[in-house]
Write a protein that binds this ligand. Sequence first.
Ligand code: PLP
Length: 394
Amino acid sequence: DVQLAERVKALTPSATLAITAKAKEMKAQGIDIIGLGAGEPDFNTPDHIIEAAYKSLQDGQTKYTPAGGLVELKAAIINKFKEDQGITYKQNEIIVTTGAKHALYNLFQVILNEGDEVIIPTPYWVSYPEQVKLADGVPVYVDGKESNDFKITPEQLEAAITDKTKAVIINSPSNPTGMLYTADELKALGEVALRKNIWVVSDEIYEKLVYGDNKHISIAQLSPELKEQTIIINGVSKSHSMTGWRIGYAAGNAKVIKAMTDLASHSTSNPTTTSQYGAIAAYTDTQAPVEEMKKAFQERLNIIYEKLTAIPGVACLKPQGAFYLYPNVAEAAKLTGHVSVDDFVGALLEEANVAVVPGSGFGTPENIRLSYATSLELLEKATQRIADYVNDNK
Ligand code: PLP
C-alpha cells in the first residue's frame, strides 16, 4: 500500500481535468464533441519566435543558463516594463521561471510560513488555492460579487485581513471572468495593502488581451510605494501564444526574487534555454502578431457574446479581457430541470456534446466557463447546440 505525503493528499484535482478527460473519452468513441475548456490560445507561436529559438540551437546555445534566466532576457523584460507600465526594475528584481505558474509556486514557497493567510478573490484561477496550500499557507476567499463585476472592494479586503495575512492576489484581466480592475479600484485596494503591510501578488498574464476602450493597468505603476509592495507575475504564454514553451517571470523586491532564484537553483534550475531565446525574440522583435491574435479574439467575443446571451436563462457580463466567457446559468439549469449547474454541465456534454468547465471549480457554482480560444466556426456551432439544448428541454 503506497502512502503518499499529506501535502499531496490535500491537493484538489483541476476542475478542467474531469470534464476534459470525459470529453476526450467521448471523442475517442467517435462522438463529435466541441471542447470549450481550453486555457490556451489556439494560434501557433509566431514564426519569427520559432526561428530565433531554432537559430539559438544551431548557434550552440544548448547549455545551462543562470538559474534566474539569461541577462538578455531579463533586459528585454525590464524594457517591456518600462514601455508598457512606465516602471523600472533592475536585473536583481527579475526572475525568469518555467511558466508564470512556476513563478507563483516559487513565490508562495518563499513568502509563506505555516498558517500564513493569502487572500484569494472568488472566482479564482484554480491553481492559486493549491499553490498556497502546498506552501503550508491558508487560502482565504473573498467574494468577488457578480453584481460588482466579480471584483472585490477595499472594504471586503480590509475585513478579510488578520494578523496572519501575508498577501492578496489580484488577477486582472481575470481568468475565469475576463474582468479588469480600473486604476481607481486598484489604488483603493493598494491603499489597504500598504496600510496593512501585505504583499500584492499581481498576476498580469492576460495583460495583452484587453478589448475595446479598456486598458490594462498594473497596480505597481500607481506609486513607488505600491511598486515596492507588489510582486508582478507575467509571461509570454498567453500574449505570444507560447504556452508550451514554459516561460514566465516575476518582478519585485530583490530579496524575494533572490530567494525564488535560490529555490529554483535547487529545483528546476533555469527554464529551458531554447525557450528563453524564443522569449527574447518575442519581446524584442515585432509585436504585430500579438495585435493580430487580440483582434481575432475580440471579433470572436463580439459574435459569440450576442449568441450566448440570447439563450434563455443565461446572463453574462461582457468580458473586458482574457479569452473566457463566464455566464451565470443557474436559471438555464433550473429551466431544463437540473438540480445544479454541475448537473447541467454534465447534460451539455452528454446531450449537446459541448464541453464547458463548471464554475464550482473556480469557487462560484452558478457559472460556467467557456473559452473562445477556438475557431469562430466551432464557437458558433457550440453556442447553437447549447441554445438548442435549452430551448428543446425547457
Ligand atoms: N495565471 C493565470 C490566471 C492563468 O490563467 C494561467 C494559465 O492558465 C497562468 C497564470 C499560468 O501561465 P503559464 O502557462 O505561463 O504557467
